[in-house]
Design a protein around this ligand. Structure first.
Ligand code: ADP
Ligand code: MG
Length: 349
C-alpha cells in the first residue's frame, strides 16, 4: 500500500477504516458463524452435504452502473442483487458475500449508514450474510465489488452450454423496463405519464433477482443465464456456448404495461427493450415437455415465465445466431444487440 488508508481517509469526514468495520459491517456478519465477527483475516463457508459452492463477483461503478447521487441504500441493494441474479440463474441458493468498497473521500458517514441499511434490508430478504471484504479509497468514482457465494447440488449448477436443439426458450418477469427506465433518467424518454416513468425507473434502480425461483429450475432447465447485457445479446451468449441457433418472436417477449406505453409512443423503443439490458430476469431453455411443470412454478411463485421462442440445430459451418422475428415473420435487426464495456457506450453519465 503506497499511502495508508488512514492518511487518505483523514481528509474525509469518515471514521477510520476499523471503526467503520466495527460499527457498520460487523453487525451484518453477526449471524454467520464462519465470518468470525469480521475479526479475522478470512472466513469459512461449509456447504451442506452433497452441495458445492457457486461463486460470482460483480462490480458496480458510479457513473457507469448507477448514478452517483442515487440513494445509497439502493446502490447497496443493486450491488448485492446483481450477484444474487447470477446465483439464481445458476440454480444456487444464496449463502454469503464479500464486499469490497472503494470510496472517494467526499463520501460522508450518513452515506455509509444508508448503504449499510440497504444491505441489512436485502440480507433479511434473501437470507444472505456479509462474511468479509476490503475497504479502500480512491480519487475516482465509488466502486463496489460484491462476491457472492451460493450452494447447489454437486454437478447440478445450471450451465450456459447445455441447451438442446428444439428446446423452448423461457424468460421470467418482463423485459426492457430497466433500459427504458434509464432512458427516463437520462431524459431520452420524457413524454411518459408519471406512474409509468416511476415504475420503469424503479426497475432500473432496483433489480428483482429471482432468487427463490432459480434453484427450482435445477433438473428442469437445460441451460440458463440472467439477462444483464440485453435479451438478444445474452441469448446469443447462451447459443454461442451451446452451439445452437435461437429463433424468438418479438411479440412474445413479455412487456410490462409501462413498457407498452413507452413503446406505443415510439416503436423504436422496442429495440431498447430487447437489447438494453439490466433486466436481471432469468433466461433459460427447457424441453417443450417441461412447459407444464414450468407453468406450475410460475403460478406458485407468482412470477410470469413466458415462452419466447426455441433453439434449433446449427447448420454445419455456420456460427450460432439469434433471429428475432416480428409479427409478420420478418427478421428484426438491431444496431447493437446489447451492452458491452469498451466496445460501445451506454451508462447514466
Ligand atoms: P487485511 O488487513 O488483512 O486486508 P482488513 O483490515 O482489511 O484486513 O479487514 C479486517 C476484517 O474486516 C476482515 O475480516 C475483512 O474481511 C473485514 N472487512 C474489511 N472491509 C470490509 C468491508 N467493506 N465489508 C465487510 N468486511 C470488511
Ligand atoms: Mg484490507
Amino acid at each position: 500500500m503506497v499511502r495508508d488508508i488512514e492518511t487518505i481517509m483523514s481528509k474525509s469526514s469518515l471514521p477510520s477504516e476499523f471503526e467503520l468495520i466495527a460499527r457498520y459491517f460487523a453487525p451484518l456478519a453477526r449471524a454467520f458463524p464462519g465470518a468470525y465477527g469480521l475479526l479475522d483475516d478470512a472466513a469459512v463457508i461449509t456447504p451442506a452435504p452433497g452441495n458445492e459452492l457457486v461463486v460470482k463477483t460483480d462490480t458496480i461503478v458510479g457513473g457507469i452502473d448507477f448514478l452517483p447521487d442515487d440513494p445509497a441504500n439502493l446502490i447497496a441493494r443493486k450491488g448485492l442483487r446483481v450477484n444474487l441474479s447470477d446465483l439464481a440463474a445458476k440454480g444456487a441458493v444464496p449463502r454469503a458475500y464479500l464486499l469490497d468498497l472503494v470510496l472517494p473521500n467526499t463520501v460522508e458517514e450518513a452515506w455509509i449508514a444508508a448503504f449499510v441499511s440497504g444491505l441489512a434490508h436485502d440480507q433479511a430478504e434473501y437470507a444472505i450474510h456479509l462474511i468479509g471484504g476490503d475497504t479502500s479509497s480512491t480519487s475516482g468514482p465509488i466502486t463496489i465489488a460484491v462476491t457472492a457465494f451460493g450452494e447447489a447440488p454437486i454437478g447440478q449448477m445450471i450451465r450456459r452450454s447445455r441447451a438442446q436443439a428444439g428446446d423452448t426458450i423461457f424468460v421470467t418477469g418482463t423485459i426492457g423496463d430497466a433500459a427504458l427506465g434509464l432512458s427516463v433518467l437520462s431524459s431520452v424518454l420524457s413524454s411518459l405519464d408519471a406512474a409509468s416513468a416511476a415504475f420503469l425507473v424503479d426497475r432500473y434502480r432496483l433489480p428483482q433477482p429471482r432468487a427463490a425461483l432459480g434453484p427450482q429450475l435445477i433438473g428442469i432447465a437445460t441451460a440458463g443465464l440472467d439477462v444483464s447485457d440485453g435479451l438478444v445479446a445474452d441469448l446469443r451468449h447462451l447459443c454461442a456456448v451451446s452451439r445452437l441457433d435461437a429463433v424468438i418472436e418479438a411479440g412474445s417477449v413479455p412487456l410490462s404495461p409501462a413498457a407498452r406505453v413507452a413503446i406505443s409512443g415510439d416503436p423504436k423503443r422496442l429495440a431498447t427493450a430487447l437489447t438494453g439490458g439490466d433486466d436481471y430476469e432469468l433466461l433459460f431453455t427447457a424441453p417443450p415437455a417441461a412447459a407444464i411443470r414450468i407453468g406450475e412454478l410460475s403460478r406458485s411463485f407468482g412470477t410470469p415465465i413466458t415462452p419466447i421462442g426455441r433453439t434449433r440445430a446449427l447448420r454445419a459451418g455456420d456460427l450460432p445466431r439469434v433471429v428475432v422475428l416480428d409479427s409478420l415473420g420478418r427478421t428484426l435487426r438491431f444496431a447493437s444487440e446489447g451492452w458491452t464495456h469498451f466496445g460501445n457506450r451506454r451508462g447514466p453519465q
